[in-house]
Design a protein around this ligand. Structure first.
Ligand code: G3I
Length: 332
């Protein structure tokens, strides 16, 4: 890991801890299970909170009806415990990455309720006391600002499943922070208005919800705007916390030095905002070697703070400098 040796010291997590802040990354299944040395060393060194990119999704956990394979998720939980890292759990209720045995089956409302309750209580219960925050419900609102009416859970249960999911998660681990998580809803828009109304109503009904996750899968050129502050303020006024849960900033490939500098500025502004308004900031992966972007958004990539050889990019230095400056102010 010669290139990595050029990274400034101390690591991000040490600076973040001085700011009482959680800085983290999503963990890919294969490099963790294979114990890829550079991958694991950087993961342990730089971050004080981790999240499973795929390991805790329903299809990854449950290959057959009501059977669970905990191999990968247990490995992540053990890794985090060994390195004194918090964990975010992702995700209990989503319309994607459902196992085929569930997705392709015809279900009555009663069966769907029973399966969902059992799944949530099984997974949250297994990791009770070990998962700091759960993304209980992921992406329930359509970009238009309506519920995703065609999604699996809405079709079977209508909107009721959202409150029930939070309640069941809370019963399984009363100390875990419970989040609603979504993308493209950081500014003010029909979608973020709908999310605001959803979480406001859940709070008003006494549903145990504690936070909203902003995924923040960004495109190059993203800059913080007043609308982000206004949205954060209205959510926090409900008594909810915020976290940036899946940050990445994709570039058209191959990126020029100017693009990498522009990307670093996006990271800097996102972290600076998060230090004022959020509990945590996690990137969706940390090295361009393992990122969902190139296969989902062909022609783009290079979205993360470390390159494919684990060398720190300008985005990493921007994160480091932002944390160092804040830590210095706090301890001046
Ligand atoms: O598990 C199979 C494996 O058995 C098979 O050999 C392999 C062949 O392609 O596919 C594997 O499944 C892939 C899975 O990732 C695990 O690697 C799926 O094809 C692939 O579609 C899946 O993509 C994930 C995607 O969610 C699915 O929607 C990405 O890795 C993951 O980064 C992405 O994460 C989501 C968040 O959960 C929610 N927010 C958006 C974010 C980005 O889309």
């Amino acid at each position: 890991m010669d290139d990595h040796a050029q990274a400034p010291r101390p690591p991000l997590r040490a600076l973040a801890e001085r700011c009482h802040f959680a800085i983290g990354a999503a963990v890919a299944t294969q490099p963790l299970l294979n114990g890829e040395p550079d991958y694991c060393a950087l993961l342990a060194r730089e971050f004080n909170v981790l999240v499973a990119e795929n390991m805790m999704k329903w299809d990854a956990l449950s290959p057959a009806p009501e059977q669970y394979d905990w191999t990968a998720s247990d490995a992540l939980v053990a890794f985090a415990a060994k390195h004194a890292q918090r964990l975010r759990g992702h995700t209990l209720v989503w319309h994607n990455q459902l196992p085929a045995w569930l997705r392709d089956r015809s279900l009555s409302r009663t069966e769907a309720l029973r399966l969902l309750e059992t799944h949530i209580k099984t997974v949250v219960g297994r990791y009770r006391g070990q998962v700091w925050a759960w993304d209980v419900v992921n992406e329930a609102i359509d970009d238009s600002g309506d519920y995703r009416r065609t999604s699996f859970w809405f079709r079977h249960l209508g909107p009721d499943y959202i409150a029930l999911a939070f309640q069941w998660a809370h019963e399984a681990d009363p100390d875990a922070l419970l989040y609603y998580n979504d993308y493209s809803a950081e500014g003010i828009s029909p979608k973020s208005d709908a999310i605001y109304r959803l979480v406001r109503d859940l709070k008003a009904q006494g549903v145990p919800i504690h936070g909203v996750g902003w995924q923040m899968h960004l495109i190059e050129g993203w800059r913080l705007e007043d609308q982000h502050l206004r949205n954060a303020e209205r959510l926090r006024a409900l008594g909810l916390e915020l976290s940036i849960t899946e940050l990445d900033v994709r570039l058209t490939l191959p990126p020029s030095p100017a693009q990498l500098d522009g990307q670093a500025e996006s990271y800097r502004q996102a972290l600076s905002f998060a230090l004022d308004h959020c509990r945590a900031l996690l990137t969706w992966g940390f090295s361009d070697r393992y990122s969902w972007i190139p296969s989902f958004q062909p022609g783009t990539g290079a979205a993360l703070p470390f390159d494919e050889a684990y060398a720190p990019k300008p985005a990493y230095h921007a994160l480091w400098q932002t944390l160092a400056a804040r830590a210095g102010q706090l301890h001046a």
